[in-house]
Design a protein around this ligand. Structure first.
Ligand SMILES: Cc1cc2nc3c(=O)[nH]c(=O)nc-3n(C[C@H](O)[C@H](O)[C@H](O)COP(=O)(O)OP(=O)(O)OC[C@H]3O[C@@H](n4cnc5c(N)ncnc54)[C@H](O)[C@@H]3O)c2cc1C
Length: 471
């Protein structure tokens, strides 16, 4: 279908105000927060209802038009750059908290609800609740984008990734059909349990919620997600612990997890990286812990953490820093990241119990490739995700210099190859990591067959996650 007729058909679905093709909008929809090159879509459409999403997908499927869903476009891995042209489906009008169902320990939202919006609504609800995992970019990041890309962040030490936090979802697939996963797939669940009826994920054979988790828009458009909620704890405790080596700090991270310290968040900072971010005096390694519980639990666990630190030569430092991080947790990174030119993030996940060894290998790769061969600045950040640890070497550059940009992309690719060689697991793919998918052999072959079955015309985000643009 030519663009004029496609536009006409989309206007019939959502109205003239919500189909965009002006150059300024196309520029915005061609980019995300990654450093990857932009691409221009033909059109963008901004639906408000599930019915409109279903009609858009049915039209795109019939006309074999590529579709790229987008919530806020804050992903860092080229996840919604419309590399195959076609339509960007901007979900920002679907931004309602639908229900907070404390008796089901869950909350159901539309896709473009941001984490700050969600946490504010939950905090005001009755005794006060919170969403388990929220990214550091929570001011703009939306629930759909995070769940569909295995997002992580604050809360990950205790609860894992966004995939672990989601109970069920509602997704429109290319045929225009609406799929409900989780306990609400049973029509009686809503009638009898009340609310969304989403209280349990693992039912009715395969885990279809898991099928969509991490699919990054390649199988359909998510129109509702139900996430687990918990009461806001009576107290948070803060600890900053300084060490003479990264090895000691990593040992404490591991032992604290073995002892099931209730850390909501546990981050590792190391001298060289801190110096790269801001000149100053830093310990060789520092752990920042946020503990949650009641007075007794928090006091007991803070004391145990101090003991563990002492056993590894560590000392308690300025706990005010940990508290300050917590208070600014959603503004610190967005505020500083771009100013510092911290742009190309290469996050991979490693086993928590072996982090000391991995950290040295990662540091060697960064020193040899990023600083040595390409002469670029970098820092390494990282935090605990349950029994794993995410480590994100970050190349710093100012992207307005095109020559440097090419160098950065070549450098990032070479570093990615070496980091993958350590056996780490990148969980957000987009186009930044999609190239490595064919290496997974039968794993990727099965994913291709699943995509072919759900999306036979390959309209959903072609070019993402290693799927070809014109298959
Ligand atoms: C400053 C900063 C800090 C960040 N901190 C973190 C962090 O701590 N942890 C973390 O995991 N990430 C972080 N990110 C990355 C990003 O913000 C998050 O992953 C975020 O959850 C993505 O949400 P989004 O709404 O922007 O998604 P988008 O960028 O809009 O989309 C992400 C992916 O999901 C797909 N998608 C979006 N909505 C739908 C839908 N409704 N249906 C189908 N597919 C859809 C898109 O096609 C794309 O593939 C950070 C980013 C920035 C800029």
């Amino acid at each position: 279908m030519d663009k004029k007729r496609l536009r006409h058909a989309l206007v019939a679905i959502v109205g003239d105000d919500f189909v965009l093709d002006d150059p300024a909008s196309m520029w915005v929809y061609g980019k995300d927060a990654s450093p990857l090159p932009p691409a221009t879509p033909d059109l963008a459409v901004v639906p408000e209802t599930t019915e409109q999403v279903a009609a858009i997908l049915a039209l795109a499927n019939e006309t074999h038009t590529p579709v790229y869903p987008r919530s806020s476009g804050s992903n860092l891995w080229g996840g919604c750059i419309p590399c195959g042209g076609g339509i960007v489906v901007d979900l920002r009008r679907m931004n309602r908290v639908i229900s907070i169902d404390e008796e089901l320990f869950s909350c159901t939202v539309q896709p473009a609800v941001t984490f700050v919006q969600l946490n504010e609504a939950l905090a005001k609800h009755k005794e006060g609740y919170y969403n388990l995992v929220s990214p550091e970019g929570a001011l703009t990041a939306c629930v759909a984008g995070s769940f569909l890309a295995h997002g992580d962040g604050i809360g990950s030490a205790l609860w894992g990734t966004q995939g672990d936090a989601i109970v069920g979802c509602k997704v429109v697939i290319p045929s225009g059909e609406v799929i409900i996963t989780g306990s609400a797939a049973n029509p009686s669940a809503q009638k009898v349990a009340g609310g969304s009826g989403q209280f349990f994920r693992y039912a009715y054979a395969n885990d279809l919620t898991g099928l969509f988790c991490g699919s990054e828009g390649t199988l359909g458009i998510l129109v509702e997600a139900t996430t687990r909620i918990e009461r806001i704890p009576a107290r948070y405790g803060f600890a900053a612990l300084d060490f003479a080596s990264v090895d000691d700090a990593c040992q404490v991270l591991y032992r604290a997890r073995q002892e099931r310290i209730q850390a909501n968040f546990a981050a590792l900072r190391e001298k060289k990286s801190m110096e790269a971010l801001r000149p100053g005096e830093y310990p060789d390694a520092q752990l920042v812990y946020i503990i949650e519980g009641d007075d007794v639990i928090v006091e007991h666990q803070l004391e145990r953490l101090r003991q563990l630190a002492r056993e590894h030569g560590g000392v308690e430092s300025d706990n005010g820093k940990a508290r300050a991080y917590w208070e600014k947790r959603y503004s610190l990174i967005p505020g500083g990241m771009y100013k510092l030119g911290a742009r190309a993030l290469l996050p991979l996940h490693y086993p928590l119990g072996k982090m000391a060894w991995y950290y040295h290998q990662i540091r060697d790769i960064c020193d040899t490739i990023i600083a040595g061969k390409y002469r670029l600045a970098y820092f390494i950040g990282g935090f605990q995700i349950g029994t794993a640890f995410v480590c994100y070497p970050t190349i710093m550059f100012l992207e307005q210099y095109p020559k440097q940009y090419q160098t950065v992309m070549a450098c990032a690719r070479e570093a990615q190859e070496s980091l993958l060689g350590l056996g780490g697991a990148p969980i957000q793919m987009g186009t930044l990591w999609g190239w490595c998918m064919p290496r997974l052999g039968t794993h990727f072959e099965l994913l291709k067959r699943i995509k072919q079955a759900i999306d036979p015309n390959n309209i959903m985000s072609p070019g993402m996650v290693g799927f070809s643009i014109d298959e």
